[in-house]
Ligand binder design. Structure first.
Ligand SMILES: C[S@@+](CC[C@H](N)C(=O)[O-])C[C@H]1O[C@@H](n2cnc3c(N)ncnc32)[C@H](O)[C@@H]1O
Length: 167
């Protein structure tokens, strides 16, 4: 597993995990990377094999990026995705609506002022246009599957996309 996040967040997470004596249950490589910049080379240097199928988890990230940055990130990720790779993220309300709804709430201010809007279109549309087969698991389905009615996931559902090409 490769985990990429901003340097201060990586440092915080590692400190807490060490303090708690947490031990990963798989091989884990942690990379300090700003995903608005070029991160592909660092990922490859850390041992990532673009010829192997990958499961990408991009949960809760895109809203922190400008539209062009989110587009560039997903394009880079798509280029590193062998046939049969999968990508998951929460498919939410439009970021503009979330910012409008929560932006005035002081409790969320520290969070919402970091939001940049993300893709500017549903991720389903972007991914379908770029050769991914998308399935969205709606909120009701997730609530039932996890036995947690009334779950507040802050999104309409969870998206799973698969890169075609495997027969
Ligand atoms: C809402 S959290 C999602 C957390 C994630 N699902 C997880 O389980 O760790 C958003 C994450 O995106 C990271 N992030 C935001 N902007 C970033 C950037 N430019 N480069 C790398 N990571 C970024 C934040 O540091 C934070 O860890």
């Amino acid at each position: 597993m490769f985990e990429l996040d901003l340097a201060p967040v990586v440092a915080f997470k590692e400190r807490v995990l060490n303090e708690e004596g947490a031990v990963p249950s798989c091989e884990r490589a942690v990379l300090a990377a700003d995903l608005r910049e070029d991160w592909g080379a660092a990922l490859r240097e850390a041992g990532f094999d673009p010829a192997a199928r990958t499961a990408w988890l991009v949960e809760g990230l895109l809203i922190y990026l400008e539209t062009e940055q989110a587009d560039t990130l997903l394009s880079a990720l798509t280029g590193l995705s062998a046939p049969g790779s999968r990508l998951s993220l929460s498919e939410g309300h439009a970021p503009g609506r979330m910012i409008a709804e929560n932006g005035a709430d002081q409790r969320f201010q520290a969070l919402t002022e970091l939001w940049r809007g993300g893709l500017g279109e549903p991720a389903t549309d972007w991914l379908t246009r770029h050769g991914w087969q998308v399935t969205v698991h709606g909120k009701d389905e997730l609530e039932q599957a996890y036995g947690r009615p009334g779950l507040d996931i802050g999104a309409q559902g969870f998206l799973v996309a698969e890169r075609g090409g495997l027969d």
